[in-house]
Design a binder for this molecule. Structure first.
Ligand code: HAM
Length: 444
């Protein structure tokens, strides 16, 4: 039988050497959002296909070309979520969350699935951290959501990210803009790809984010949406910019950003890096004031963003960001013989229940092999138990780094030694950190 050792194209395993980095980013994102009042929501990995057709939009690349859609055994059309917003809004409506205090603020971590051509920073299964805020039309909400993304990047110590913002107006300004786009693309009709020919009739704005080289070259000269937005949308955009200025959030207005999903209205934004190759958008978001109504709810404005965790990690790796390493094993208890092995299991359980990270032999290996293993896993201390140690109740505990050996009472001061050395190590690490720190860091 052939070995099944290859994961599907565009997917990746997150191995133990990296999973702590994911956990760190996820924790920072969730905890920073919590300070802004966002609480975590978890929604299903798959939804009815119709949900994405209606929200993301059936003229988008995502819906037309990239969804993982299948018919289940009950003959329903099901789609693996290509993004997190639609599911979060569906869940808010289904569970009556909009009847509680508004704005509703939710955050989420989710796998997303898009059938795209894989490359660095572009996968078929990728992961997003996102937030959605429902119920506020005020530009203060836009500034708050953009400010939150900015704050997460600050806590993660990411450098050289640029924030680009734009307003794509409301349905009224959009209608005028569509007319202008139709006029522009009509002249170049013969050069457009087949998908965009269809879009020319149904949703010409989608031609602007077509990935084909010819269409995107033509789109570069197309009219820009900012020239068509109404007074109310323009005032709203000014309100967002004013607040970002006051908050000290730097941005540039990029009138060419339209985003690739249909639900957006008014403010749209992207955080972009030029250090991770062609897929430089680390975070994207915006307002979607018509979405709730479009999905069958009462007219309720909304907005949010999502950041791609793979792209964040790529950027952090490129910038050499130091992430806190997971804890190492504090004591490895090696044993020789059955009686000592039993004692090792007993001691291990007792010390773990006190919160220490302890390992002992579970492979029945020789003491030499056990010590080799202790070294490999980076155990801070080790101890060997044999018949004489069990009889005397005393054993030697060895500091694996310095080689220093101390004799301890197994049932007495072993715990004290672990506490003391743990404390000593933490103090040393802190001193080292303080030594490395520029005093001006403390004053800032
Ligand atoms: P999006 O721009 O389609 O927006 O995706 C958000 C982020 O997900 C992107 O900026 C990127 O970092 C990451 N991403 C997208 N596709 C891939 C891929 N194939 N591989 C790796 N990373 C990827 C949304 O999904 C909206 N739901 C965001 C939003 C929330 N708007 C309002 N609320």
């Amino acid at each position: 039988m052939a070995l099944l050792t290859k994961a599907p194209r565009g997917t990746q395993d997150i191995l133990t050497k990296d999973s702590y980095k994911w956990k760190f980013i996820e924790t920072v994102a969730l905890e920073t959002s919590a300070l802004f009042g966002f609480k975590e929501i978890r929604t299903p990995t798959f939804e009815h296909t119709e949900l994405f057709c209606r929200s993301v939009g059936d003229t988008t690349d995502v819906v037309q070309k990239e969804m993982y859609t299948f018919t289940d055994k009950g003959d329903r059309s099901i789609t693996l979520k290509p993004e997190g917003t639609a599911g979060a809004v569906r869940a808010a409506l289904e569970n009556g969350l909009l009847n509680d205090a508004l704005p509703l603020k939710v955050s989420y971590l989710t796998s997303c699935f898009r059938y795209e051509k894989p490359q660095a920073g572009r996968l078929r299964e990728f992961h997003q951290f996102g937030v959605e805020m429902l119920g506020s039309q005020s530009p203060a909400a836009d500034a708050e959501v953009i400010g939150l993304a900015n704050e997460i990047f600050k806590v993660l110590q990411l450098k050289n990210l640029t924030l680009e913002i734009n307003s794509i107006g409301c349905p009224e300004c959009r209608a005028k803009y569509h007319t202008a786009l139709k006029e522009y693309f009509e002249i170049k009709k013969s050069e457009l790809c087949e998908t965009c020919l269809g879009r020319l009739q149904t949703n010409p704005m989608r031609i602007l984010d077509c990935k084909s080289a010819v269409c995107s070259a033509i789109a570069k000269e197309a009219p820009i949406v900012l020239d068509y937005i109404c007074e109310e949308c323009s005032e709203h955009f000014d309100g967002v910019k004013k607040r970002l200025d006051l908050m000290g959030v730097e941005y540039t207005v990029n009138p060419r950003i339209v985003r690739g999903l249909d639900y957006y209205t008014k403010t749209v934004f992207e955080f972009i890096s030029n250090e991770i190759g062609a897929q430089g958008t680390v975070c994207g978001g915006g307002r979607y004031d018509g979405l709730v109504e479009h999905l069958g709810g009462q007219k309720t404005p909304g907005l949010g963003f999502a950041m791609g965790l793979e792209r964040l990690l790529l950027l952090m790796a490129n910038q050499g960001t130091e992430l806190p390493k997971p804890r190492d094993c504090e004591l490895y208890i090696a044993s020789i013989g059955e009686q000592a092995s039993l004692k090792a299991s007993e001691l291990t359980a007792k010390l773990r229940s006190e919160g220490f990270f302890i390992e002992c032999d579970t492979m029945g290996r020789s003491v030499k092999a056990q010590m080799k293993y202790a070294d490999k896993i980076g155990a801070k201390m080790s101890m060997v138990l044999g018949d004489s140690e069990i009889e005397s109740g005393k054993a030697n505990i060895k500091d694996m780094e310095s080689g220093e050996i101390k004799q301890i009472d197994l049932d007495g001061d072993l715990m004290d030694v672990l506490y003391e050395t743990g404390l000593e190590r933490a103090t040393k690490e802190l001193e080292q950190k303080m030594g490395d720190m520029d005093l001006s860091d403390l004053l800032n």
